[in-house]
Design a binder for this molecule. Structure first.
Ligand code: F6P
Length: 559
């Protein structure tokens, strides 16, 4: 295991600390004095145009950040990941989500731990293609011979957030008359709402779980199975014998998992199960068989195009020098903001309604990856780590929390994401509504960068205390990411961009971005507490005083 390099011991860190002392960013002056700033700080990334110019950096700072990446071994760690080294140290696993999107026939072939990774990936992809085609054409039928019109993906975390985000983003491609719904929460309301109005004879459930042990997903899968039997029975379909029940499950349930033995134990025919591998982290798995719901609802070609978008960014990261490497630079900017300018959070603000679940998706990707306080060798981190990612689409956010970004006391770097061509172009009395929408994206990034001085406020006739209230300090950093349209490939590029940003930050901080031990304790305690809620007094007595009091409240108020 290569030991992590303490970033605070590098010469780049010393340089950045010195640059931070007395740092007085002035985007107005920087733009006024440097006609080439926008051009120099704008970079292409596959189909994306990325404008970094409104960030609080100078050439000097950027050079030191790149040096920090060099000194902490970002490039060699990336190469180790691509080569299949077990960089997920606590689970002793390779990290190969990038292999999921390698095109067929990519050379040299990738063999890791004796596994021919490329062949395995392509064979699962072919199975996904074939199955999706059968469902879409109607060749796959429900137990009464009807074509599938609705699929319900049951999963949580990485087995839900990616598929639901991508389905919403690519909804214009859902033209085959198959609607996808997504159930994740163990709150029974989620299942209750999602099966409402569904016809069991035309519904196909996908149970998506890497481990096939997740409490929420297995509970929901059982609820769905019961719903299927009950509603089929109510419709007069024979489902009383075990054989009839098994036949119903065989026609209406498929699974995606790395644990195909557990899939079989649940009663799903392993021939209707799609596998992946322990080297795909849950939050990096939308491009694995976990994307089956996308291949069915949007089509296998759309799914392949999504993968091609991921791969285009993987290639950029592998082949581009650090100083022009967009994901690396964006990761380094985040390090600058977190470790030197004290940012605690990072906003992601898509000006594309189709990306309304993107921030939710990124929360797992970024915070489950980098929310750590030990390094990959088990020693404590020496710096602040994982910032809080959050966001909502514009313009909705403008009418909610932008006030704080513009005039609050906190530094919140923000990524604005927009596309030139909308999926639904509409006009309002001759006015292109999408152009008006984009004007808001541009206005917000401009206002955040350049603000409004007291003199400018006064020149408009404002006087007294109102002047300060109406003044905008500016120098609020943003990155603008623009694409021609939200195609499947562009969505893949966006996801891969943030995967690699997250990875870059993790390497600088010395973090293993691919484990998630922090979610284990709560899962274990929930299993211990469940009997106490249900009435087991011994289990109740074992709880702390606050938990006992809350359970007493629950018991007293249960109707
Ligand atoms: O929340 C922890 C976690 O392990 C995530 O990393 C994962 O995406 C999620 O649970 C779901 O796990 P599984 O796909 O195994 O059901």
């Amino acid at each position: 295991m290569t030991a992590p390099i303490d970033p605070t011991t590098t010469s780049a860190w010393a340089e950045l600390s010195a640059l931070k002392d007395g740092f007085a960013p002035d985007l107005r002056a920087w733009f006024a004095e440097d006609a080439t700033r926008v051009e120099r700080f704008s970079l292409p990334l596959a189909d994306l145009h990325v404008d970094l110019s409104k960030n609080l950096v100078t050439d000097e700072i950027l050079a030191s950040l790149v040096k920090l990446a060099e000194e902490t071994g970002v490039a060699s760690r990336y190469a180790a990941m691509l080569a299949g080294e077990h960089i997920n140290t606590t689970e002793d696993r390779a990290v190969l989500h990038t292999a999921l999107r390698r095109p067929a026939g990519a050379q040299p072939a990738l063999v890791v731990d004796g596994q021919d990774v490329d062949t395995d990936v392509q064979s699962v992809l072919s199975a996904i293609d074939a199955f999706a085609t059968r469902v879409r054409s109607g060749e796959w039928k429900g137990v009464t011979g009807k074509k599938v019109t609705h699929i319900v993906n049951i999963g949580i975390g990485g087995s839900d957030l990616g598929p639901v985000m991508a389905y919403e983003a690519l909804e214009p491609y859902a033209t085959a008359g198959i609607e996808a719904r997504f159930v994740s929460n163990i709150d029974p309301t989620d299942m209750g709402q999602k099966v409402k109005g569904l016809d069991p004879e035309t519904t196909l459930f996908i149970v998506a779980s890497k481990t096939f042990t997740t409490l929420e997903t297995l509970t929901n899968a059982r609820l769905a199975r019961d719903w299927l039997w009950e509603t089929l029975g109510a419709a007069g379909v024979p489902v009383s014998t075990d054989a009839e029940k098994d036949a119903a499950v065989a026609h209406h349930f498929v699974a995606v998992s790395t644990a195909l033995d557990k899939v079989a134990a649940f009663g799903i025919d392993p021939t209707n199960a799609f596998g992946f591998w322990d080297w795909v982290g849950g939050r990096y798995s939308v491009d694995s068989a976990i994307g089956l719901s996308l291949a069915i609802s949007l089509g296998p070609d759309v799914f392949r195009e999504l993968l091609a978008g991921f791969h285009a960014v993987d290639r950029h990261v592998a082949e581009t020098p650090l100083e022009e490497n967009v994901p690396v630079l964006m990761g380094l900017l985040n390090v600058w903001y977190v470790n030197f300018l004290g940012a605690q959070s990072h906003a992601v603000l898509p000006y594309a309604q189709q990306l309304h679940r993107f921030a939710a998706y990124l929360q797992q990707l970024t915070m489950e990856s980098n929310g750590k306080s030990v390094k990959w060798d088990g020693t404590p981190v020496t710096t602040e780590t994982g910032e809080i990612f959050w966001g909502e689409p514009g313009t909705n956010g403008q009418h909610a929390f932008y006030q704080l970004i513009h005039q609050g006391t906190k530094l919140i770097p923000a990524d604005f994401i927009a596309v030139v061509n909308p999926a639904y172009p509409l006009e309002d009395g001759g006015q292109d509504v999408h152009a008006l929408f984009l004007a808001n994206f541009l206005a917000q990034t401009k206002a955040l960068a350049f603000g409004k001085t007291a003199e400018e406020v006064e020149a408009e006739g404002t006087t007294g205390a109102l002047v300060a209230a109406r003044t905008f300090a500016g120098n609020r950093p943003t990155t603008s990411i623009f694409a021609p349209s939200l195609t499947p490939s562009v969505l893949g590029q966006l996801i891969a961009l943030y995967e690699h940003i997250t990875f870059t930050q993790s390497v600088v901080w010395g973090i293993n971005a691919f484990d998630q031990w922090g979610v284990e304790l709560g899962k274990k305690l929930a299993l211990e507490i469940a009997p106490a809620i249900e009435g087991d007094d011994a289990a109740l007595a074992a709880q702390d005083a606050s938990t006992q009091a809350l359970i007493a409240y629950y018991r007293a108020n249960r109707s």
